[in-house]
Each structure stands twice: as C-alpha cells, then as structure tokens.
Design a protein around this ligand. Structure first.
Ligand SMILES: C=C(O[C@@H]1C=C(C(=O)O)C=C[C@H]1O)C(=O)O
Length: 493
C-alpha cells in the first residue's frame, strides 16, 4: 500500500488503533469456544506425531497456515512476522516495498504465543468454559473432564491463528514507531544506543499520555462491541460491557491484555530495534545522522515570544535528502544520482564526493558560492561565544582563500540613524537583538528591512559546512544567486 509519509507517527498510530478493532473482534470470536487446553499442549496428539510433528495443535495450525501464506509472499511484507521457522520461498517474486525500516531480525512471536496461550485464552474463554462444565456436570461428567474441552479444536485454533497474527502485527509495528521517533531526532537516541542503555531508550520512546488514552478507548470499544444488541430492549452501554445482563467478552480481560502484555512487548520491540539501529554504520555515518539534528523546539521560548519572532520548521532540502537517504527512503528520481552513491555495503547511499571545482582565473569567487539554495540556520545566542552572520561569512571566505569582508558594525557606526520608517518596536528589537548578540538578516537590503527582522540560529558551523559541502556537491544546474542572507527564524524563513 503506497502511503504519503510512511514514517508519520500519526499514520502509524492510526494503524495501531485500527488493529485494536481486529484484535477485539477476533477475541470475541474465540470467546465463543471453551478453553480446550489440549490444543496448546505439545505432543498430546498422536495423529500429529504420526505426521512427524511434535508441536502443539495450534503450532501445527500455524505451520500449515504460514507455509501456504509464505508461498503467497506474505512474509516479504515488512509488517508481517511468522511464528514458524524455515518457511518455503514465495512462488511469486517479492513486491518491492520502500525500505522504511533499518535491516533487523527482531521477532518476538515466541513471547506472544506463550502469553496468549497461558494467560489470555483461559481468561477470554472463561465464560464458555464455565457454561460447558455446568452442562457436563448435568450430564454426569465430573472432575477434570468437566473442564476439558468442547471438541472444537479446528474452530478454536483457526481463530487463535488470527488473534496471534493480529497481535504480532500490532507489536512489531513498534519498529515503525521506533524508526519514526529515531529519524525525527537521531541525536537524542545515538548515545544511548552506543551505550546499550535500555532504560534510557525505553524512557525516550514511552509516551504515558498515549498509553492512557489508548486504554480508555479500548475499554469503551470492548464494552461496545461486546454488547448483545437486542432491538427490543434498552441498549445503554455499561462499563463492564454487560447490556441486557450479558456481554460477549470479558472487557477487563481485553484491557489487561494490552496493559500487561501488548504495550510492554511493543516497547520492548521498539527498544530492541533501536539497539540495532546503528549496526554496520561507520563513525562517519553516525556523525552524519547526528547532523540531522533536532531542530529547536517548535514551541517558542519566552524570549522568542517577547521578540515577536517565530520559528518555522522547514528542514532544508539537503538535510531532508540526507534524512531520506539515511532512512533508506528512495528518491523520486530513479536514474543516476550525482549526489549520492551506493557503496555496495547494503547501507543507505552516502553523499558522492564532489569533483574539485576549478575556479576560472578571472573569477574572484565568493564565500557562499557553494551555498546552493540553503544556508545554515544561524542563531547567535551569546555575544562573543557564538559567531555572528558576518563572522560566519568571513570564516567561509577564509576557507576559500578570499579576503575578509569589512565589519559592517564598524562601518555602520558612521552611518545615518536607523531607518525612520521602521517602527519603534522594530528598531528597538533590532538594536536589542544586536545588543543581546542576535544577528539579523544581512540581506542586501540592509537595515531598511527592519520589518523583516529575523533571528539566526548558529549550530556547529564546522559540521554544518561539512554537511552542506557533502550534500551540495556541484550539480549540473547553476546554483541560484541567493541574496546574502543566512537562513533565520522568521515568517518567511
Ligand atoms: C507505540 C508508541 O510507543 C509506545 C508504546 C505504546 C503502545 O504500545 O501502545 C504507546 C505509546 C508509547 O509508550 C507510540 O508512541 O505511539
């Protein structure tokens, strides 16, 4: 299924929400039958042993079902994980899914099968099992046989396969959640991955408010779906799912399934996936990931609000390209890419080393000729500690062996007073900004653009220059002549 942004956390969460319905309805189906404990015990069916299979009835059902589905290439899909090992190859060529997840071998299906058969089935089927025991006693069957089973081995196992497969999809979707959170802020995760710090990674991926909302929604859903809708009686829903005195399922049992098993296991999958997210990457690759730095928080801090500045988050194209490449999201253009190359290691493509450009003798050049469409976002938060746009410009010029520019601050001391057309606030903001070390746009239109006052964020200039060089290697088209303005905060940044 082609989706707009496969790593949108909202879209991923909507898939998890939809899977709640699938799981609840299949549990309601399973609750119709008694526990049938024999179908979960290994080696109790001689018929299976005669076939050379020594697993449980349910494991046999899984093997037979998944063998057929594997031939139909079900398990080439990145969101499908089999319970059975050594499945046959698909009879059809695999579909080419976009490479969204980082290669990994995380599969927690053995844990899912264990908690489902030992804790979930007995609870979900309790009502049917008790009713069966009552019926058996009335017919003189007493003792262990009362609770044995209703003989519906095929029906019960068939539904069990559906339940465990939908729980498996839900739990392993944690990988997409993890990838989404990782690419959104790699720098937050990298040190904990390198230190194998599970608790820190779990704390980073845990969203208590999301979990709380989910459990409340689940309770309502189970109570609603569980009720027997009788057209001739009142169908007000009670919290326990019992309407007209009955309910098709143990609502608390469904909530407990998520709270005690599905959510914790999903988070284990998220952490396990993250622990392998840097496997095979060189220090340089990891550094490039780190450059894909978390942008300043979207919500404005007190100072920005008081300075009437706003931050518009627009990931520069070269960073987005770097982000996509590292996340393995293929580019639109399939043909040869001048900027990126596969080094054959199976890792995401890396920036192609640009040919060394030859400067024409008559061209004095300028520091920002390789700036391409986007420039670093520069904030001077602390005078004297951080570089101003002017200082940054001269560092770039020095890199290119060009003479430094004259300091506009020195020149402006001899200039006329600020532009009279700028409002008092704006000229104060501009003066204040310079006095607090904020540097404003150094656009060719100069101070008269006070209304265009902007704030610049300075990250680590060296890294940004390196990253930009790597991502903005000379391309066929001539870089647009940009006004000499470093990207900055502002409505039209
Ligand atoms: C799945 C997510 O990650 C974690 C696991 C959750 C779950 O299994 O329901 C919910 C929130 C997070 O604690 C998420 O953030 O949506």
């Amino acid at each position: 299924m082609l989706v707009e942004d496969p790593l949108s956390l909202d879209r991923i969460r909507s898939v998890l929400t939809r899977l709640e319905d699938t799981i609840i309805f299949s549990l309601i189906e399973r609750a119709q039958f008694a526990h049938n404990p024999r179908i979960y015990q290994r080696g109790v069916f001689q018929e299976l042993k005669d076939l050379g299979f020594d697993g449980s009835w349910l494991e046999w059902f899984l093997k037979e079902t998944e063998t057929f589905h594997a031939k139909a290439r079900r398990y080439t899909s990145p969101d499908e994980y089999p319970f059975t090992a050594d499945l046959p190859k698909p009879v059809l060529p695999p579909l080419s899914f976009p490479k969204i997840l980082y290669p990994n071998k995380v599969n927690v299906n053995p844990s899912i099968l264990s908690f489902y058969t030992r804790a979930i089935v007995p609870r979900i089927t309790r009502r049917a099992t008790l009713a069966l025991a009552t019926l058996k006693r009335a017919n003189g069957i007493i003792g262990d046989d009362e609770f044995e089973d209703d003989g519906n081995y095929g029906s019960a196992a068939n539904i069990d396969v559906e339940v465990v497969q939908s729980i498996s999809k839900r739990v392993h979707y944690g990988k997409f959640v993890s990838e989404s959170k990782f690419v959104d802020n790699p720098a937050a995760f990298i040190p904990h991955i390198q230190n194998r710090n599970r608790p820190a990674l779990e704390a980073l991926i845990t969203k208590p408010e999301v979990e709380k909302k989910l459990l409340l929604r689940l309770q309502k859903k189970a109570a609603t779906y569980a009720q027997d809708i009788a057209l001739d009686t009142d169908t007000t829903i009670k919290g326990d799912g019992k309407v007209n005195g009955t309910g098709k399922i143990d609502v608390d049992g469904v909530v407990d399934l998520y709270e005690s098993y599905i959510i914790p296991l999903t988070k284990e999958v998220e952490v396990e996936y993250l622990l392998h997210r840097l496997d095979g990457l060189s220090e340089e690759d990891i550094e490039k990931l780190r450059i894909d730095f978390a942008m300043p928080p979207k919500e404005l801090n007190r100072h920005q609000l008081s300075s009437k500045l706003s931050y518009s988050q627009n990931t520069p194209a070269f960073l987005q390209k770097l982000k996509n490449r590292i996340a393995g999201v293929p580019d639109e253009e399939d043909e040869y890419d001048e900027e990126w190359e596969n080094d054959g290691s199976g890792r995401p493509p890396i920036p192609r080393r640009p040919a060394i450009p030859q400067r024409p003798d008559d061209d004095p050049g300028s520091a920002d000729e390789s700036e391409g469409d986007e420039k670093p976002q520069v904030v001077v938060l602390r005078e004297g500690k951080h570089l101003t746009a002017f200082q940054a410009e001269n560092i770039r010029r020095k890199e290119k062996g060009l003479a430094p520019l004259a300091d506009p601050a020195a020149a402006s001391k001899t200039e006329a007073a600020p532009d009279a057309s700028a409002s008092k606030d704006e000229s104060r903001a501009s003066t204040k900004a310079e006095s607090t070390g904020l540097s404003f746009s150094s656009s060719s239109k100069g101070k008269s653009k006070a209304s265009n006052n902007k704030r610049k964020a300075v990250g680590d200039l060296e890294d940004l220059i390196d990253a930009r060089k790597a991502a903005n290697a000379p391309t066929k088209k001539k870089a647009k002549k940009e006004k000499k303005t470093l990207l900055s905060f502002g409505d039209d940044a």
